[in-house]
Design a protein. Structure first.
Length: 118
């Protein structure tokens, strides 16, 4: 087995685990408005870290790890689970956009997107 095959299988596993984790979190976030997309990197209101979800930075780190492995394998990132999560974080943090979706609508949209990913 080549190292690329090993890394490809690792990526598939990482992305599936991250997708499953998000699919478990997002329905509640869509109902409660939990700040799934706010973390130390995407923090437009300069909240103190103790105000974040306890898993906020961990979620971002998982998304970034998936993207790093995709880059290492020279695979496209667009549309991947890590990409769409970070895209949602960026939208949530874009306070210059008065029409950005709030946490509930972002969670609903991401839930729909992830449900469509095989």
């Amino acid at each position: 087995m080549s190292s690329d095959d090993k890394f490809t299988r690792q990526l598939e596993s990482m992305e599936q685990q991250f997708r499953d984790r998000l699919l478990g979190l997002l329905p509640k976030a869509a109902k409660t408005g939990s700040a799934v997309f706010t973390n130390t990197t995407f923090n437009p209101h300069n909240l103190r870290p103790h105000l974040f979800r306890t898993d906020a930075d961990e979620l971002l780190e998982e998304a970034q790890a998936c993207l790093r492995l995709r880059e290492q394998l020279d695979l496209p990132a667009t549309g991947s689970v890590g990409y769409v999560f970070i895209e949602a974080c960026q939208e949530a943090a874009n306070i210059e956009n008065p029409h950005r979706r709030g946490p509930r609508r972002l969670a609903e949209a991401l839930l729909e997107t992830l449900s469509a990913i095989p």
